[in-house]
Design a protein around this ligand. Structure first.
Ligand code: ARG
Length: 589
């Protein structure tokens, strides 16, 4: 279905033309004076310059063309030349009936030119637990992926594990210190390696920080770790077998954690998967004259004339020939292009990595790792801060594990749900988990991604205000009315949606009608926060309508059935929206 604003603009365009003016002036927007009108067109003001006439004359002439037009309940020109419009309730309800009839998509058309879009939004480091820094990437990335998918694009999420580099050498070194007898360390060993990993996830999570701590104090230890990393990267078999164990144990744990967040990835690739592509890539960059040696390192210049800040060269290899984070990201682009040929790659990463990605993208473009037609997009997110305005920490000042954060919110939500009520414990815990997830995700997504925000448990878990639980509460309210209606033995399935009876009902209808344009904008601007602010407005409109309307006691059966249809439609829109945000609603709360 066409967007409502476009339909109104089309009508306005015809009126401009009939009145003898260019239709380019006919753009209609939502009114910024809702007390006066619903929509407005300020085109007469601009047209006045071209036609050298008073704006009010043009406005009058255009409005005259709209007389008798069934789209509008009111169309008037006001000084000095504004055009104020109110949609007719008949027209509006017809639009909503169209949405209802399109049961799957509610009037939001899929794109005509689906793109393949890869989205890099995990970035957890193997052997290290997920911490709150990974939370934003997961939440925002998952939502962008779902929005894109809803719009009909082929979205491929890649977790891009940090599974290469010194951390692996550190783990190997520590393991060797603790259990030197393991076959992995015996270079003469030629047999099969055991299938059972020589550690559990909790051991692994303890081994890494211990090793990391030791390496900072003990030069020799650090050297051993670097040596182990080097040997691993150069194919030492026992170490590669260990890497597999580390990966398996870690990935199993990571999957469980992401699942709890309702986040999933199509690809579980890591930095290590890019390694095979490095030698050829580097060779090509050298052969084609892009890469040169500077202070021992191999670099590619990426600065541009228009730069206002210095953009240093992109380093491809260190002076000892070792590859870097950059090298891996560039080689990852190589396999992504080879295997998927994406139209776009979106990186959802901490905004502090922006300069780094500028270098990587420019280098990839300059050295032709990507085609002209492939867009590389950096979506940097801000920091999640504590109430003190500093990066979120545990009470003791350490890095907060994601798992602990989530458990804390689940607990808080359970407390709220169980408060003043006798509930079935198991069921209440289940509900608490669903609602808690909405509070974390909505709390994050309702902010523009690039901004820092304060993680405020009290506010996020509140059932009132601009929060996830408030949205869920609204859906649950609708569900309960629908159940009551059904329990009264009534059925609205073949009833007709009637034109709005009151202002609050019309206001709700107008919000519903914004669904398709909201989704389109959220996709185009990679902006899940637009979906959040939309559903907040929609939930407010629904609750306002609910308070002003006697739904269950309405005596006219047709009117009542129409209310029910409207509630169903609202619920449906809200459910699609929270689904693209990555959470769901319980039946009760
Ligand atoms: N593992 C990295 C980190 O913890 C994030 C990876 C982001 N993605 C990427 N393609 N570089 O900082």
């Amino acid at each position: 279905m066409k967007k409502l604003l476009d339909l109104i603009t089309e009508e306005m365009s015809a009126a401009f033309e009939k009145a003898g003016y260019d239709k380019k002036y006919a753009k209609v927007t939502l009114s910024n004076r809702p007390d006066l009108c619903e929509y407005q067109c300020n085109g007469a003001m601009a047209a006045a310059k071209e036609y050298k006439k008073a704006p009010i004359m043009i406005a009058n002439a255009v409005i005259e063309q709209l007389s008798g037009n069934s789209m509008f309940e009111m169309a008037e020109a006001v000084n000095p030349g504004f055009m104020n419009l109110k949609l007719s309730s008949e027209y509006l309800v017809e639009y909503l009936r169209g949405m209802e009839a399109d049961t799957e998509r509610l009037g939001c058309e899929k794109t005509e030119s689906p793109k393949t879009i890869m989205i890099d939004y995990g970035g957890p480091n193997v052997a290290k637990p997920l911490h709150v820094g990974h939370l934003r990437s997961a939440i925002i990335g998952e939502s962008i992926k779902r929005i894109g998918r809803f719009m009909g694009h082929n979205m491929i999420g890649d977790v891009h594990l940090g599974d290469w580099g010194l951390q692996m050498g550190l783990i190997i070194t520590e393991l060797k210190e603790r259990k030197p007898e393991l076959v992995y360390f015996d270079e003469a060993y030629t047999g099969e390696y055991p299938e059972e990993p020589p550690f559990t996830i909790s051991e692994l999570e303890e081994i890494y920080p211990t090793a990391s701590g030791k390496s900072k104090e003990d030069e020799g230890y650090k050297e051993a770790a670097m040596q182990a990393t080097f040997e691993l990267q150069h194919g030492r078999k026992g170490y590669q077998a260990l890497l597999h164990h580390i990966l398996n144990v870690s990935v199993t744990d990571l999957k469980r954690n992401y699942e709890n967040l309702n986040v999933s990835f199509e690809l579980w690739k890591g930095e290590s998967d890019a390694q095979p592509y490095i030698p050829d890539m580097v060779q090509k960059m050298k052969d084609e004259g892009y890469a040169y040696i500077s202070e021992g390192a191999l670099v590619v210049d990426v600065k541009e004339e228009t730069d206002t800040k210095e953009v240093p060269p992109c380093m491809i290899l260190k002076s000892d020939g070792a590859s870097l984070y950059n090298t891996t990201d560039l080689a990852t682009i190589v396999w992504r292009m080879k295997d998927y040929h994406p139209d776009e790659i979106i990186y959802v990463v901490d905004k502090r990595q922006e300069l780094y990605f500028t270098q990587v993208f420019r280098c990839a473009r300059k050295t032709h790792l990507v085609d002209e037609g492939t867009t590389l997009k950096f979506l940097g997110f801000g920091t999640m801060n504590g109430k003190d305005g500093k990066p979120f920490k545990t009470r003791e000042g350490g890095v907060m594990r994601l798992e602990n954060l989530i458990n804390g919110i689940n607990e808080e939500m359970y407390r709220k749900i169980a408060e003043n009520r006798t509930v079935d414990e198991a069921q209440a815990r289940e509900t608490a988990k669903v609602v808690a997830l909405s509070s974390v995700k909505y709390g994050d997504l309702s902010n523009q991604a690039s901004k820092d925000y304060i993680f405020d448990m009290e506010r996020f878990t509140s059932f009132e205000g601009n929060t996830g639980p408030y949205i869920l509460y609204t859906i649950v309210r609708i569900k309960s009315i629908l159940t009551k209606y059904k329990e009264a033995g009534k059925d609205a399935s073949s009833a007709k949606l009637l034109p709005a009876h009151t202002e609050s009902e019309k206001a709700l209808m107008k919000e519903i009608a914004k669904f398709n344009s909201t989704m389109e904008t959220a996709y185009e601007e990679t902006a899940p926060h637009k979906v959040c602010s939309y559903i907040y407005d929609l939930a407010n409109a629904l609750n306002h309508f609910y308070h002003e309307t006697k739904i269950m006691t309405e005596e006219d059966a047709e009117v009542q059935a129409s209310y029910i249809r409207l509630l169903e439609l609202t619920k449906h829109v809200l459910e699609i929206c929270i689904d693209v945000l990555g959470f769901s609603a319980p039946d009760r709360m």
